[in-house]
Design a protein around this ligand. Structure first.
Ligand code: A2P
Length: 348
């Protein structure tokens, strides 16, 4: 029997998400024919092991994408804007983790559990949604599918990992400094995050919402294919290393029984219902870290509105919020034969 194998490049291979992409390719036994690790010139020559081999990180350049079928990009929006088209021209499909292409009408924005059908409509670039949007969608869409949601109000509690590996390191250094009685220094994030929190520092728009908050509005509408869905988000950075949490209020078009929501979510692949009301035990970022499932719990009737439910979630920002979702999209492309067939090496 023949097996399709894919020539993969990871752009941003040395970052927090890139590191997880490499681990997931192995863990999920993605059919890798070859793996090229790309980053900035700063990381050129660094060795990273993959499948028992030691691979050398290369600085990304024009010819990096020749002979590549699939690019997994997680090196920031400006890097993606610069290289995604080059990769497409070279014949590769790019799954991009940045926000550069997410709202482009020609670019599918995919959470495989929600809108896998969009994968076959790509023109070379597929966008991986914002982490908070993916995690919220995982918990909310299974309910929306059964009974339409009119309005979502969400507050996020976002970990340092969303700002990259260097931000995670910065929080550890700040924590040590504070415990030693020293002044914490902030270079990657705008303010000290250790023992602190602050509203998300993405640029503010004229409506008073920051870009991160508007991503939750616009991306959720696109993924759910619900342009009228009303969403209001408040995004907060908290001193947690790698899992985000969210407090979500859902307004349906009619009452939605709590028990029905529990039943639906406990049967949803990729969602884990985590609730022990006796022990006051619910999803926590420390337990969701490193896990594939989005932990959802504390589902309750909103006492202020008969059509509303409250729920709480924690989910690993680097895995389902980024790298895992990207790998699942890649798996979809292989399954649906949506990589350019002539570029897929076949091993017998
Ligand atoms: P490098 O480590 O060489 O700086 P994170 O999101 O964890 O901060 O990771 C960002 C990733 O994107 C890293 O792998 C980083 O490489 C890479 N990167 C950042 N800027 C560029 C660039 N201009 N060209 C290529 N890769 C880049």
């Amino acid at each position: 029997m023949s097996e399709k194998k894919v020539r993969v490049a990871i752009l941003g291979a040395t970052g927090a998400v890139g590191t997880e992409l490499i681990a997931l390719l192995q863990e999920r036994q993605f059919p890798v024919a070859s793996l090229k690790l790309l980053a900035s010139p700063r990381s050129a020559g660094r060795k990273i092991s993959f499948g028992g081999e030691s691979l050398t990180v290369e600085p990304v350049e024009e010819k990096s994408f020749q002979g590549i079928d699939l690019v997994l990009a997680s090196a920031g929006g400006s890097t993606s804007k610069k290289w995604a088209e080059v990769a497409v021209k070279a014949g590769a499909v790019t799954i991009d983790n940045s926000s550069a292409f997410r709202m482009d009408p020609d670019v599918p924005l995919i959470v495989p559990e929600i809108n896998p059908e969009a994968a076959s409509q790509h023109q070379g670039i597929i966008a991986n949604p914002n982490c908070t949007t993916i995690l919220m969608g995982m918990a909310v869409y299974p309910l929306h599918r059964i009974q339409p949601i009119d309005r979502i109000i969400v507050a996020t509690y976002q970990s340092a990992s969303g700002a990259g590996a260097r931000a995670m390191e910065e929080v550890k250094i700040q924590s040590r400094a504070i415990l030693e009685g020293k002044e914490p220094q902030a270079e990657i994030l705008p303010y000290p995050l250790a023992f602190n929190l602050f509203p998300h520092n993405s640029p503010l728009g004229e409506n008073g919402y920051c870009q991160e908050e508007m991503k939750m509005v616009n991306e959720t509408r696109k993924i759910f294919n619900a342009p009228q869905l009303r969403v209001s988000a408040t995004c907060i950075r908290v001193p947690v290393l790698r899992a985000h949490s969210e407090a979500i209020n859902l307004e349906f078009n009619a009452p939605f029984p709590v028990q029905k929501a529990r039943e639906i979510l406990s049967a949803t692949p990729g969602v884990r219902l985590v609730e022990d009301w006796q022990k006051n035990y619910f999803p926590m970022p420390i337990e969701a870290s490193g896990q594939d499932d989005v932990f959802v719990g504390r589902i309750r009737q909103d006492i202020s509105h008969p059509n509303c439910l409250e729920l709480w979630l924690s989910g690993d920002q680097i895995r389902k919020g980024a790298a895992l979702n990207a790998i699942q999209i890649a798996e979809l492309l292989v399954e649906k034969n949506c990589l350019k067939p002539q570029r897929i090496a076949v091993s017998v």
